[in-house]
Design a protein around this ligand. Sequence first.
Ligand code: NAD
Length: 437
Amino acid sequence: MKIAMIGSGYVGLVSGACFSDFGHDVICVDKDAGKIAALEAGRMPIFEPGLDALVAANVKAGRLSFTTDLKAGIAGADAVFIAVGTPSRRGDGHADLSYVFAAAREIAELADGPAVVVTKSTVPVGTGDKVEAILRETRPDLDWAVVSNPEFLREGAAIGDFKRPDRIVVGAEDARAEDVMRAIYRPLYLNAAPLLFTGRRTAELIKYAANAFLATKISFINELADLAEKVGADVKDVARGIGLDNRIGGKFLHAGPGYGGSCFPKDTLALLRTAEENDVPLRIVNATVEANDRRKVAMGHKVIAALGGDARGKRIGLLGLTFKPNTDDMRDAPSLAIVEVLRAAGADIVAHDPEGMEQARPLLGDIAYVDNAYDAARGADALVLVTEWDAFRALDLKRIAAAMAQPLLVDLRNVYHPDEVAKAGIAYHGIGRGVAG
Ligand code: NAD
C-alpha cells in the first residue's frame, strides 16, 4: 500500500516508520522544514527509543521518505493519514481542530484522485463528519472516504506499542475504506492484534473514553495515596492488593505526582467540553481533572513541607523533568507546576534530565541544569525524584548523602525503599507511604 502521513511528530513519525517496516511505501509530510531536513539528514526530531534505527533501515530499503511537499506526498496514495496536533484551545479546553481542518483542506485542494483519508489525530466525536464535509465541499469531483483510526501508542514505548497493540480501532462508514484499512493493518492482525471495526463516531469516542479511564485510575490511586499517608498504610501494597484482582488490573495504579504529557490533560478536558455541549455530565472525569490539577501543585508544597515549611534560599535538586521516562516530551509535565511552586517559595533549583533538558529550558525559566544526578545533589537541601528514569533507579545513596548539604530525598515515584534510604543516612519522603514515610 502507498501511505501518506501528514504530520511527522511523535505519532506520525512512529506510525509512518512502523508502516514502512511492515513493507508499505510511506511518505511522511510535515510543514516544519527544519524537521524534514533533520529527518532527511538521518537526525530524529524527537527522542524515542529505537526510532533512529527503524527510520534508517526503512529509508535505506527505499520504503520511507520525507517531504514538505504535500502534493507530491499524497500523489497516488491509497490512504492519507492525518496525524497533526490537536492541542487544547487556549482558554476553553476544547480540542483545537484548526490543524486537522487545514490539513483536510490542503489534501482536498492538492489531491489527484480518490482517496481514503484517515484521522489518526485524537479528535472529538463528529470531527470525521466535518473533515468529510470539507473534503466534499473543496473537491466535489472526487470520491472521498473518511476513517477514524485513533492511536493508542505511549511515548517511550511507541514502536513496541504500535507493532504489538492491544487492539486497532477503525471507525469506517463504507466498505472501500474498510478494505484499505484491512490491507494496511494485515501484517499486524496476522499477529493476533484484534482489529475492531466500529462506526466513525464510536471510534472517536473510544479514544477519549480510554484516556479518561486511564487518567481516572491515576487520580484514584493518587487520592488513596494521600489517605494512606494519613492512616499509616502503604499505597504500593494497596495498589498491588487491588491490582491483582483481574477486574481491576495492576497497570496505571502507581501513585505519583499526577499525570501529564501531551494526551491525558488535553484529552480529558476536550471530553468534558464535548459532554457539556451535549448536556451530559461526566462527573467522574471532572473530578479526575480537578484532582490532578491540585496534585501537581500539592507536590511542590510537599517538598516545602519536607524542608520544614520554608524553602527560601534552599537549594533543591530535581531528578527528571519530562512527564515520564524515555521521552523528551515536556508538555504538561508535573515538573512545570512543581518548579513554579518552589520558585515562588524562593528556592534555587538545579535539575538533571537524561533527554528533556533542551525542551525544558524555554518552559522552566531561571533554573540551573547539570549533567547527572550526583551534580544535582551537590550542596542540595533536598533531592526530588520527579521522573523515574532508569538512570535514577540505582543511585549510590551513600555518595548522594555525602554530596548533599542536608540529606533529604523526596521520592515522588516511590522508586526507593524507605529503609534503604534511611540506612544511607538520608531522610525519606515517599508517596502514600504512611508506614515508613
Ligand atoms: P506533534 O506536535 O508531535 O506533531 C504534529 C506535527 O504535525 C508537527 O510536526 C507539525 O509541524 C505537523 N503539522 C501540523 N499541521 C500540518 C499540516 N497541515 N501539514 C503537515 N504537517 C503539519 O503531535 P503528536 O504528539 O504526534 O500528536 C498528534 C496527534 O496524535 C494528536 O491529536 C495527539 O493527541 C494524538 N496522539 C498523540 C500521542 C502521543 O503520545 N504523542 C498518542 C496518541 C495520540
